[in-house]
Design a protein around this ligand. Structure first.
Ligand code: CAA
Length: 259
């Protein structure tokens, strides 16, 4: 399939794919088609054994400045309900392989929410994160009130959601929203490096580990611990577990086969 609003590279380095949001004039505003294209690309990569980790990025000026306000402005509540745009986001959330957001410039509204849907965030020093929907008479709709609050705590989330204030990359790092801040010329390389490091692990162990960490958001502690335990035990049915442990004992590098 050819895409209009994203650029994909299935192998920027071995086992790592990238998706670049590509509506630069509109600061990568997330219209419905663009989100559908991201979903399609992620589903394709999820089914492709030559991809083990995915990096989503924009350009230096913007990761994404939010949902496309021009596309939404005239819609009624019934339109919004029937279009059901967030089912696409739910599908993105179900991606099995790890996704890293590489962020420079604006990550606002739906753009900030998209970074939080990813598993890790690497940002340039110029990145700004915000939920400014309140300035246009609405509120976050793609998980911002929930994921941001879990990531940065109530005080900061309330401030961002109620005042529309942005936070810098450094503040986002200190608040625990993102993983790394690097100079602007390095943000994509650094995200790809992180993805590459994950791609060296057993893909099946990575998949179950990601699923288990995400479970912490959906459930109480005891249920989460049972879920984690089941996935941990299940990995002992894999060849990768035997290879990984034997390689450690034999002091050599493991060769994982995703089996
Ligand atoms: N939707 C549609 N178009 C957008 C956009 C958006 N979210 N953000 C920017 N653009 C467009 C602008 O309209 C402008 O287009 P024109 O050149 O045709 O006028 C172009 O991108 C460049 O933007 P600016 O001229 O505004 O650039 P700036 O540097 O002066 O300001 C900005 C940058 C502060 C990010 C500003 O563009 C802005 O405030 N954007 C909107 C941010 C926002 O409110 N995001 C939340 C959207 S709602 C949402 O996301 C709901 C949800 O939870 C899913």
């Amino acid at each position: 399939m050819s895409y209009e609003f994203i650029l994909v590279n299935p192998q920027i380095v071995p086992f790592v794919a990238t998706i670049q949001l590509n509506r630069p004039k509109e600061l990568n505003a997330l219209n419905l088609q663009l989100m559908g294209e991201i979903r399609h690309a992620l589903e394709t990569f999820d089914a492709d054994d030559s991809v083990r980790a995915i990096v989503i990025h924009g350009n230096e000026r913007a990761f994404a400045a939010g949902a496309d306000i021009k596309q939404m402005a005239g819609r009624t509540a019934v339109d919004m309900l029937q279009i059901d745009q967030f089912s696409t986001w739910d599908s993105i959330r179900r991606t099995k392989k790890p996704i890293i957001a590489a962020v420079s410039g604006f990550a606002l509204g739906g753009g900030c929410e998209l970074t939080m849907l990813c598993d890790m965030i690497v940002a340039s020093e110029t990145a700004q994160f915000g939920q400014p929907e309140i300035n246009i008479g609405v509120m976050p709709g793609a998980g911002g009130t929930q994921r941001l609050t879990r990531a940065v705590g109530k005080a900061r989330a309330m401030e961002m959601v109620l005042t529309g204030n942005f936070i810098s990359a450094q503040e986002a790092k200190e608040a625990g929203l993102i993983n790394k801040v690097v100079p602007v010329e390095l943000y994509l390389d650094e995200a790809v490096k992180m993805a590459q490091k994950i791609a060296e692990k057993s893909p099946i162990a990575v998949q179950l580990a990601k699923e288990s960490v995400l479970k912490a958001f959906d459930t109480g502690l005891q249920e989460g611990l049972y879920f984690e335990r089941k996935n941990f035990y299940m990995l002992f049915a894999t060849e990768d577990q035997k290879e990984g442990m034997n390689a450690f004992i034999e002091k050599r590098k493991p060769e994982f086969k995703n089996r």
